[in-house]
Design a protein around this ligand. Structure first.
Ligand code: GLC
Length: 411
């Protein structure tokens, strides 16, 4: 919406809500400035935290009360079902979708035939490892990873007590669910079976038992895994030189490689391991750009969303922040491959990565999972008990929300 109509006219700023790791917001500000220079549309950045649930909460308050701002925002793929069901996303119109990861677009961004978001960035877990400390071949199985982690720890922990073999995201939040699904997927488990949300399966129990074992029995993962470890805690731990392996997202790559980083030039990237005789699995993460249905600058906000997902901007953000683009074509881009040789591997992992269920009530499922997985990691109950309890609670919640779906409200 443009306020004023002649000399001295002021355009309303498009408000863009975005968060992320340290340093990210600065880059977003640059991008917003470049957009303003090109389009004449003023922009304002609404800074959000790093944690996905906190980011979601901030947006829910605004959207749930039909506020006009923010106009445009990034959404975790994990909340898309909820936002779409709420009717909070404005259709983006006709966009050429072939250059994007089309399967992801079909699964996540098209609802009732309307394009309601675009994949700004896709995400998958990878394992960073210290090339100078790993004395054996890059491990392909969880057993081999655990053995290498234990050996390095025995060698290094006596003089560096904070050193651990393997760090990953085990705090009670969305990242725990993703880490669990990575482990579970590689054991042949996951979160869905046909139409049912199936958590309590032998494969999933085995995966959770392995996570507990890594912390408490083999002790290759630190005791604060389940009290503190989110993406940034894991990154700092590894980057500080205190781990052999770290499971994290691609955003950590340029930070590990930055000037002054103790692990610069000593970090390799490998896929998540698989079980003996199994194949690796990765859970699809990522961030999609959407425009608020309540925006009073809808056309301008859509223009910005298209700008963010345009080839040059996606390339710039990949180069600056390491965020894997939603445009498939960029994974063969020479400049990107020169800076990030691991993009070839990322493209391969992305091809078979599995999304968490895109459902209006996924966040409720996740909250149950977070609580029960965390209880198992703290050894309040066994992995089998944890997943049996989670299953019961999820079944009850699903029955309840079938009658009264989240996001559905009188309009
Ligand atoms: C990353 C992923 C996102 C996931 C989150 C969990 O930001 O892109 O999909 O939900 O991590 O912490």
């Amino acid at each position: 919406m443009v306020y004023g109509c002649n000399a001295g006219q002021e355009k309303k700023a498009v408000v863009f809500a975005v968060g992320g790791a340290p340093g990210e917001v600065m880059v977003w500000e640059e991008v917003a400035r470049a957009f303003t220079d090109e389009s004449g549309i003023p922009m304002r950045i609404l800074r959000q935290p790093t944690d996905t649930a906190q980011r979601r909460q901030g947006l829910l308050v605004a959207l749930g009360s039909a506020q006009r701002d923010p106009d445009v925002f990034l959404m975790d793929i994990a909340w898309l079902g909820l936002f779409a069901a709420g009717g909070w996303l404005a259709p983006l119109g006709d966009v050429a979708l072939e250059p994007f990861f089309i399967e992801t677009v079909r699964q996540a961004d098209i609802v009732d035939g309307q394009l309601i978001a675009l994949p700004f960035s896709l995400d998958v877990g990878i394992v960073y490892y210290r090339t100078d400390l790993l004395t054996e071949p890059v491990p392909r199985t969880w057993q081999a990873l655990a053995a290498a982690a234990a050996r390095a720890q025995t060698r290094i922990q006596p003089h560096t007590p904070g050193f651990y073999g393997f760090v990953w995201q085990g705090a009670q939040y969305e990242g725990l669910v993703v880490n669990f699904l990575d482990f579970a997927g590689s054991q042949g488990g996951f979160l869905v079976a046909g139409d049912r949300i199936l958590v309590d399966s032998p494969h999933n129990v085995a995966a959770l038992a392995m996570m507990v074992d890594f912390i408490h029995t083999q002790a290759i993962s630190p005791p604060n895994t389940y009290t503190e470890m989110k993406e940034e805690e894991v990154r700092r731990h590894y980057q500080g030189g205190d781990a052999l392996f770290a499971r994290n997202w691609p955003y950590a790559y340029p930070l590990h490689a930055a000037e002054g980083s103790p692990v610069r030039g000593k970090t390799g990237v490998m896929p998540l391991p698989a079980p003996e005789n199994g194949s690796p699995a990765a859970t699809l993460g990522g961030w999609h750009v959407g425009v608020s249905a309540f925006s009073d600058a809808r056309a301008e906000a859509i223009q910005f969303a298209l700008y963010l997902t345009s080839r040059p901007v996606q390339k710039l953000l990949a180069l600056k922040l390491g965020l894997p683009p939603g445009r498939r074509e960029l994974y063969t881009d020479e400049d990107i491959l020169e800076k990030y040789p691991h993009y070839e591997l990322l493209a391969e992992i992305l091809r078979s990565a599995r999304s968490r269920p895109i459902l209006p009530n996924y966040t409720l499922i996740s909250e149950i999972m977070q609580r029960r997985l965390s209880g198992a990691l703290a050894r309040d109950y066994s992995p089998a008990q944890a997943l049996a309890m989670a299953q019961q609670e999820i079944d009850r919640m699903m029955a309840r929300t079938r009658r009264d779906p989240p996001g559905s409200r009188p309009r």
